[in-house]
Every structure is written in C-alpha cells, then in structure tokens.
Design a protein around this ligand. Structure first.
Ligand code: 4NP
Length: 155
C-alpha cells in the first residue's frame, strides 16, 4: 500500500454503527501509534447532516470517545478512489456499496467483520430499532474489529 491507509466505515444511516466503528478504530489505532485516516458514511441519505444517534453518542462516551461532533453523510463516488478501504457493516450495506461502485474504483471493499478471525461473513446487527443493549453489542463488535484492523495495518 502506498502511504497511510484510509478507511471508510459504511452503514445505512451513518448515525449508529459506522460512527461507533469510527470511534473504536480511532481509539485503538491511536493507542497503537498507527497512522491511518478514518471516516464514516451511510448508504442512505435520510440523516445527512445529523449528529450520531443519542444512544450511539452515549455508548461511545461511556467507552471514552466523544462522537458528538460527527455529522452524517452519504457515501459518494469520490470515496471509492479517495479511501484505500471501504468497510461495510452488514451485507445489505456491502451490496449497496458494490452496486454503486464506479468503474475506476481503487478502494478495497469488504465486510467489516471479515477482518475479525472467527467472525468472517457476519454482520454488525442494526441497533436502530432495538433497545440500548443492542448498542453495547454494536460496541463489542466494532471494538473487536478495531483491534483486528489495528493488527492488520500494523503488521
Ligand atoms: P445505522 O442505523 O445504519 O447503524 O446508522 C440506522 C439508522 C437509521 C435507520 C436505520 C438504521 N433508519 O431507518 O432511519
């Protein structure tokens, strides 16, 4: 890879799962001294310009990351060449990302949990319509991914 990796986490709304993935990876990569650019986006546009869901903000803050300054955006064509890696939180996100990929795509596109040994092929469950417990589950999953990614990019 030329230069530092640049990772884009992508879910549906960019207000729950991908901001948490961004938060967890920011924390883990910084602690490891890994130089990496980190961003997130949604495949949908319903929440563009909005801060993360209050439940996601509370969960991140509980684990030491303030994500109140993040604002949702939709994935755009330039992301496919600007970022080195685009990571989908679930299978629907992955299919939508792949379907919208321009011909000149250079980013490596994959399911996030494919980077986690033993969790390959699995989705990070959408917590939006669930209870607070689901946000804990989201944090557990994205934290595992953050550690695995840190190891992956450091080696
Ligand atoms: P996210 O969660 O994709 O993890 O940000 C969702 C946010 C909003 C909706 C669905 C999922 N929604 O239907 O508005």
């Amino acid at each position: 890879m030329n230069g530092a990796p640049a990772v884009l986490f992508v879910c549906l709304g960019n207000i729950c799962r991908s901001p948490l993935a961004e938060a967890a990876f920011r924390q883990t990569s910084q602690a490891a001294g890994l130089k990496v650019a980190i961003d997130s986006a949604g495949t949908g546009n319903w929440h563009v310009g909005k801060p993360p869901d209050p439940r996601a903000q509370a969960t991140a803050l509980h684990y030491g990351v303030d994500i109140s300054n993040l604002r949702a955006r939709q994935i755009e064509q330039a992301d496919y060449t600007r970022l080195s890696h685009i990571m989908a939180l679930d299978h629907e996100n992955l299919a939508d990302i792949e379907a919208a990929a321009p011909r000149d795509t250079t980013a490596h596109i994959a399911l996030l949990l494919d980077y986690v040994p033993g969790r390959e092929g699995q989705a990070v469950r959408d917590p939006y319509f669930g209870g607070d417990g689901l946000f804990e589950e989201t944090w557990t999953d994205v934290s595992l991914a953050a550690s695995a990614l840190t190891e992956y990019f450091c080696r």
